[in-house]
Every structure is written in structure tokens, then in C-alpha cells.
Design a protein around this ligand. Sequence first.
Ligand code: ZN
Length: 568
Amino acid sequence: MIPAEIIERVRAETDIVGLIGEYVALKRAGRSFVGLCPFHKEKTPSFNVSSERQAYHCFGCGAGGNALTFVMNYENLSFPEAVKHLAERLGIKIEYTAEDDPSKPLYDALEIALKVYKNKLWSEEGLGARQYLASRGLKEENIKTFALGLVPQDTSELLARARELKLSTKMLSDAGVLGNHQGRFYPFLAGRIVFPIKTASGKLVGFSGRIFGEDANPAKYVNTPETKIFKKGQLLYGLFEARPYLRREGALIAEGQMDVLRLVQEGFRSAVAPLGTAFTAEHARLLSRYTESVILVFDSDEAGRKAALRTLGEALSSDLDVKLVLLPEGEDPASYLALHTRQDFEALLKEAEEPMSFLFGLYSPKSAAELRRVAEIMISVIRRIPDNLKRELYVDEAAKLIGVHRGIIAERVSSGESKKQHKPESKTSRISDTEEMLLKMMVTNSEFVAIALKHLAPSYINERDSRELLELLYKKSSERERFTPGEIMDALSEHMRQKVSEWSLSELKYSKEEFSRTLAHYIYQRTREKLRNDLREAENVGDAERAKRILSQLNSLVRESNKIYQGI
Ligand SMILES: [Zn+2]
């Protein structure tokens, strides 16, 4: 648990312009700063950051929030991780104990192992492994950046280092560093070259080990067994290193670790690969947080084509834009780049194919039966696309390629869909214009919140999101008279945060008179609405007495409406 004071300090002391300026080039424009939005692709800057309001908002894609939501979204961190990240940046130390983070000893065990493995690779005994890596065209600098290592055959160094940190042998085994055979511990992945596997935020969670040289072991790659922190279906090799480039360059999805290293070495820095397993829906979702587009670069052998097809389906279902490249028969990116130039590979990427024409080319159907088979595959792929418009475009393309009327493909696509799958409609309960204006004024000026607090009960507001916003504003206002909208932003729902950040970045200023008038008008509107509802209800149940009473209340409300304003 992070103490509340630390969260408050982080909110109050982090300057949003300084923080975002570390990620995005910002230029002053009027009272705020603008830059290219890191959350969507754009050429004209519509991403605004305000120091005065401690908020950011993109008028292009709607992304908005405060310092905490920025690092949460950009670095893909949870709320506590984001607090910790910003606290460290401010030099505030948060001490974690094993109770706070029960996985800490596992991470420590892996870090120890990594040190031992790296030492081994660069020692005399690592010569053979280093020669192998060089023969695959990997440069020393690259091997060091990705922290490759070599697992020793014995446990002595591992155990010695673990003792220094008071880590038990069992912990090494729980982290997947040691294997256990009939009660005897042995180094897992012994004799293999290892690739450290990190999460998207850079935490080491396990290793992939590759055989080299004369080793007759049939399993080329073996991963750390699944542990509490190592879930290979959720991890992509190279993701942490690729992250800074993904949004602008899109991802290159390759088949293996060696491909990623070789691609990065040649300057294709956004390369990632699953850990010798199939590309899963979880992988696709993970990637879609960082980029909208991917290019699959696969081997053209049977296995590569199958993997490409499966990856295509998963990527499309996460609404990624997908293109595909099949390398010449028998080549993977690593071997291709060993024989060709960077420019050759760039040319291949430029010619990457759209999914439908890729599928058509893959099977190059000649007979009617083959055409039908390809059409079926296309249809099954199109069905996975969540976006209607994109699906329509693919239907068009498939129909053209197969040479049938688009209606036939469209019908087949929709007939196979599980109906009623659509998500619950987003609640579009309209906030009234006055209500919206009122909230907007309070967001832009915390002094107004103190005024509203005396006259407007949150129960006046019907819409839940708006009511929650008002309650938050009241809570902040009773703690401190003046505050920035940035201070409440991370507690809001995504939908409300977009609105609030947009209001925060508007240049409009409102006078106290304008606010009082709007508040009075709103209270009047809502009181009248409530009385009218009561009246209808009384009439419905035939309570004439009550109806009469309400009617006279309504009359006096209308007559004396200006009294509300005078009272504020
Ligand atoms: Zn944007």
C-alpha cells in the first residue's frame, strides 16, 4: 500500500509540463503548450498541456488527464506503479517490504541469475557461445544491450550470490532459475544461451534459453517454466526495448528472439516476437496498447505460413492494422539480413501486403474449389474484425479478388457472426447544457466550487458520472480552497476524464457573476423539473390535494425565480 500522503504529494508536486516534456516535444502556445499527440498518429499538433491546470488533452483523439494518467497510459502502468514512478522522479522514496510485494524475492532471484549468466557469457568459458552469436551476425554491443547470458552447468555461483541476499534455494526454484530433479536442484537451462524476458515496463520475469553448437538437444528454445510472474502467453520478446518506437513506427512481429535481435541491430527498432509459442489474443491486446499497426515478417515455410495466418487473425481481432511479408523460402529475418542489406529489407517492408491480397497470393487459387476455399478463409478472418467500417472494406476487397458480388461475401460474414454480441451501449444520457456549463466552470475555477458547495447538493444531479465529478470537486474543495483540475483527474472514469481535460484546456474564463447566474438557472431548472415530476405522479395516483399543493409551489417558483440568484 502506498500511503495517501505520498499520492497527494505526487499529485501536487509533479509539474505536468516538465513531465510530458520528457516524452513529447512541447511548444508554448498561448497559455498552454502543444505537441504531437503520443496516443494517436498525427502531423499537426493537437495535444495540449497546461501547467496552470495541471492537465493535458488531445483535441484529436480525446485523450486527457493528469500526470498520473499520463504515465499510466504512456508507460502502461497500474495506478500504484504510476505513483511509484512519479515519486521516484521527485526523489520521494517509497520503501516496499515483502509484505507489500510478495513477488519481490522472485524478481531478486532472477536479477541474481542474470548477473551470473552475463558473467559466464563474457568469461573464458563463454567463448563458444560468443562465437556462435557472432556467427549469427550479432554484434557485441547488441548482445550487451539485450543482456544475453550463458547458463553455467553448476549451481555454485548462483547459490553463493543468493546467500548474500538471504534468498533461499526454494526462492530460486520458485523463480524458475533452478530446476528440481528428485530432490536435487540443478540450474535450469544449463549450457544454453539465454535471452532475458522482460515485461512491457522492463521488469525481468524469466528467460528463454537457446541451444548452440554441437548440442543435439531437439528443443531449440526452452523458456523458464510458468511461475507466478512468468506467463509466456502474455509476454513479447523485445517489447520493452521497442516501446519508444512502436507508436510512430508500428510493430514488426517476427517469429523468434534471434530475429528480433538482428532486426534491431539493423535499425528496425520496433521488432517483437512471441516466446517460441503461438501469437495469442493477449499478445495482440498488449501490442494494441502501444500501436495501431503491425507488420508480420514470417518465414515462408509451412510452419511460418501457418503462424502468419494465426497471428493475422489475432491481430485483426484486436483492431490492429495488419500487413504481412513472407520472406523467401527457407529464410527468417536473421538469415535474410545476414545476406542482404538494410535497404533490401526496407523494400520488402514497403511491399508488405494487405491481409486479403496476402491470403489470395498465399493460396493462388486456380480452380473453383480452390477459390471457394480461399473465400472461406477470408470470410473467417473478416469475421474477427470488430470495426464495422474496416470489415466492409475487407469484404469489398475479398469480393474483388475472388470475383464474386460483394453481397455474397457480406452475407456470409454476417451470417456466421454470433448475434447479440454487441457490447452494452455506452450510456448516452445527455447531460443538460446548463449542467455541463456549470461543471465546466467549476473545473476551470476552483473558487466556484466553494460557492456551489453551499447551494447545490450532489443529489440534484441525475447523471452518475456528473454527480461523481461534483462530489470529487466538493471533496477537494473542503480540503483546500484552491486546487487544479489535474488533482482530481485520475479518480474519474475514462469518459469523464476526456471531458474534464478538454474543459481544463479551454482558454475561456468565466466571471463570478456568470457562474452565479448559471448556478441559479440550474437550480431553478432542476427544482422545476422535480416539481413537475411530482405533479405527474400525484395526478397519476389521483391525489388531487397533493397535486394542488405542488402546483402552487410551481407557480411561486416561477414567479420568484430571481430570488434564487439573489440568494447566491
Ligand atoms: Zn491524440
